[in-house]
Design a protein around this ligand. Structure first.
Ligand SMILES: C[S@@+](CC[C@H](N)C(=O)[O-])C[C@H]1O[C@@H](n2cnc3c(N)ncnc32)[C@H](O)[C@@H]1O
Length: 371
């Protein structure tokens, strides 16, 4: 990989230099109490006294416990990774800093999230007006477990599909027209100009350092007439009826993620700041289109499709809530793991309450490189 396109603004990584198998020492919070209060974040100690009474409104359509394995799969390769409070992460590589674990439990969560996205998009994998006869080469940047790339390759058997990620969590048995490459999307892409008919990215908040830079690279490697598409959810929860209260765990979620993204130099506010559309415009893409999605949490909407979306969105988050919170809340924001666990318990309770009508949104943006 060639040199980085922009200088990183990552925080001093709490686990840098730590023995891979060792638990890191407790870190001082990277945001002072005053800084946290200024952005509406309650102190971590707030979650010490959660209301532990059984919630009579807990009517979740699924028991999520069944999705959650209490032990991470420990293979020998775990020792090549960083270990933070019992979860494994990709080891340091250049500027790479990933907030997502790369263990079996998190891989399962990513697969569930992929299913949620297919429900959200009504069975579709993309919105761009792709001409099936013309698509020859496609790349999925930050492919995760590669499910999107595999499904896309099945739908386009004559196309060559590449999925890139910084960590090797993709399966080895894949369709013949799929391959995976280890690549840092924040570094200069090594593909030649005009290589791809379609450049796809999904859920890259907290990963991409410079969204304009990302789309400039996408523009360069896109063939004239080719498309790029980016799908990302909002990083916060709200409600229209006031049921997501200011001090609730659901309302706190976005504030903490957004503050952590600032500390990491990798924004989570991709949706709020409209970074996908702005980045594509700045890069020179034309015919830019935007589609908004409503993502309820749980099955509270009367509409059948939205209730199904809500079920899968909740399951996708809950299936590895600990894994989602571990790096950002504990390592970046400096919460103690027991505080994060109490916060997570309160969040689960709110997710499963029929009195709380929370939702987030997502945005798909696609654009064409002029001929
Ligand atoms: C939220 S996951 C999304 C995965 C996949 N796009 C999906 O929607 O299922 C973000 C992915 O970005 C990867 N990632 C993190 N930093 C990266 C980087 N610098 N370059 C490429 N991928 C990165 C992570 O390993 C993770 O698989």
């Amino acid at each position: 990989m060639a040199s980085n396109l922009q200088s990183p603004k990552s925080p001093k990584s709490p686990s840098k230099g730590a023995s891979p198998a060792a638990e890191p020492a407790q870190q001082a919070p990277l945001l002072s109490n005053e800084e946290q209060t200024a952005v509406g974040i309650l102190p971590a100690s707030h979650w010490h006294q959660p209301d532990t009474e059984e919630d009579p409104n807990n009517d979740s359509a699924s028991s999520l416990g069944s999705f959650i394995s209490s032990t991470a799969s420990l293979t020998e390769s775990i020792f090549e990774y960083r270990n933070i409070h019992g979860r494994t992460y990709h080891k340091e590589m250049g500027n790479v800093e990933s907030w997502q674990p790369n263990d079996e439990r998190h891989k399962q969560a990513l697969d569930i999230a992929h299913h949620a996205w297919t429900v959200i998009l009504d069975g579709k994998l993309y919105n761009s007006p792709l001409d099936k006869k013309k698509i020859q080469k496609v790349v999925d940047i930050g492919t995760g477990t590669g499910m999107w790339a595999i499904d896309f390759a099945d739908e386009f058997p004559n196309a060559e599909v590449i999925g890139t990620d910084i960590t090797p969590i993709q399966p080895s048995w894949v369709p013949a027209n799929v391959k995976f490459e280890l690549d840092d999307c924040n570094s200069e892409w090594t593909w030649a100009d005009n290589t791809f008919d379609f450049v796809h990215t999904r859920m890259m908040f907290g990963v991409v350092q410079d969204w304009e830079g990302l789309f400039r690279q996408a523009y360069r490697v896109c063939k004239p007439g080719g498309w790029t598409e980016s799908i990302n959810s909002n990083s916060s929860f709200t409600s229209d009826d006031g049921s997501v209260k200011y001090e609730s765990a659901m309302a706190q979620w976005g504030r903490v993620w957004n503050a952590a993204g600032k500390k990491m130099g990798r924004p989570f506010e991709v949706y709020d700041l409209d970074l996908q559309r702005k980045g594509m415009e700045a890069a020179g893409f034309v015919d830019i289109q935007v589609k908004e999605y409503f993502l309820p949490v749980n099955t509270w909407p009367g509409d059948k499709h939205l209730a199904e979306v809500g079920l899968w969105w909740k399951v996708a988050i809950e299936s590895d809530l600990d894994g989602y919170l571990n790096y950002t809340f504990n390592a970046v924001m400096g919460w103690r793991p027991e505080e994060t666990a109490l916060y997570a318990a309160q969040l689960r309770k709110e997710f499963n309450s029929s009195k709380i009508h929370g939702y987030t949104k997502a945005r798909s943006v696609w654009g064409r490189k002029p001929e």
